[in-house]
Design a protein around this ligand. Sequence first.
Ligand code: FAD
Ligand code: NAD
Length: 477
Amino acid sequence: MTEETQLAIIGAGPGGYTAAFLAADLGLRVTLIDEAPRPGGVCLYRGCMPSKALLHAAKVVTDARAAAAWGVSFGDPTIDVARLRAWKDDVVAKLTGGLALLSRQRKVAFVQGRASFEDAHTLRVTPTGDDAADGVRTIAFEHAIVATGSRPARPASLALDDSRVLDSTRALDLDRVPASLLVVGGGYIGLELGTVYAALGSAVTIVELTGSLLPGADPDLVRVVARRIAGTVHAVHLKTAVNRLAACPDGIDVTLEPAGAAVRTERFDQVLVAVGRTPNSDLPGLVERTRVELDARGFIRVDAQRRAAEPSIFAVGDVAGEPMLAHKAFAEARVAVDTITGNAASFAPRAVPAVVFTDPEVAWCGLTETGAAASGQRVAVARFPWGASGRALTLDRPEGVTKLVLEPESGRVLGVGLVGTGAGELIAEGVVAVEKGLTAADLADVIHPHPTVSETLAEAAEVFFGRSTHVYRPKRR
Ligand code: FAD
Ligand code: NAD
């Protein structure tokens, strides 16, 4: 028997559950399908949330160590891995349980199963989990949103089938704290999970193919976090490729290929491969039985409304393109549902914030200095060093930087870059400034609470005008 729904959503991560809840709020009959027992997706089960719980624990460990310098000593931390894992799992369970409740309250029909496409208006769902014994279900839909997310990329050269070679999901399971860990990839995941394992006691080595950690982010911001990371991990090797892993009884032998230097092999207890993510666009039938098209990297091609080449099918989140971030998925989901329900909407943000939750955090939005240089756009840059922030000094974290990328004549805020403790929270003000076309004068004129690091945004704006209270700029005579 064919079940009927107005909106079928495949994937219950940030994109899928946001779309489902909004569509239900707007009165649609919604079916939300995911292989997992509850909504949450990668973000809740094996991404944003477990990583942030572990990063919080890591920060407590490093802060406790740093406190010795201020005369407050806690002694060496002892890490109960099982308890830490249980706490992290509890956070995830609370969050996914909350989403399941919200889903029931909105009368969203949640189906646990794996979906494939029969045609542009029909899905087949093979039940998973407790429902696995039930037969295949056929669901006819008016519209569908594909929100199937992404999975860790594992190039063939790094695809050694050995339990000591981890991807982010396995690393977040936190089976044990290895004595030594090689992290392949100095991007978001490599740095965040490298930070966690280093704080828990592993000797962490990070290997990055390009000449910089977090390639693409502004070098002045990366420099600050790179300096700190250098003090907490065993080693960082830039311009070095890892293309061969070999199992041996007491570790994984890794072949390191530094640019312009001799190839060498080192042994590690465990290896974390974090070299990017691949979109889950390989649903059977999606391309073969509908008009949906993929781009060269496997992302579903969508327009500004997130509609695919097949008019009844939309795509949001990681499967619909970069940046692969949860808040991008949230925003796209709302655009897709607004479009389906007949409200004018389009996805054209000026600023999708990026936050790397290392210690210190790195965050940026809008135009970066690197981006401006690459496109030849003339910009003015106003920088406020956190060494001049009273709040940063009380936190013993003066290494931060707040930077505004401005239109030289008008002072319009085109981009904001931050590195420093709590940068991930501060960037929200930057997003408002960029998105709403505010100027440096707007930021400077607003009274910021004292003493907070949020003041650095107003002070950076004052730097632009040459009148920052806490930065002395000698007058030209
Ligand atoms: P996903 O969250 O990937 O969910 C897709 C869902 O679809 C999954 O539940 C999957 O089981 C289901 N699915 C797939 N195929 C099918 C099928 N055929 N049938 C049924 N169900 C299917 N982003 C941030 O913004 N901030 C962070 O701090 C952050 N930290 C991260 C940390 C890690 C370790 C990782 C891996 C990612 C992190 N991300 C972070 C990225 C973030 O998790 C993703 O951008 C986000 O989850 C994408 O949401 P989504 O809705 O597109 O899909
Ligand atoms: P990434 O693209 O951020 O970084 C991968 C890094 O691996 C790159 O710097 C690349 O140069 C390097 N690399 C590739 N091949 C290599 C090789 N053979 N040897 C050495 N280095 C190599 O990818 P990721 O860290 O896997 O994260 C995937 C995505 O997940 C991110 O791009 C982001 O969208 C999302 N994410 C976001 C957050 C957050 O928002 N805080 C956290 C984690 C993940």
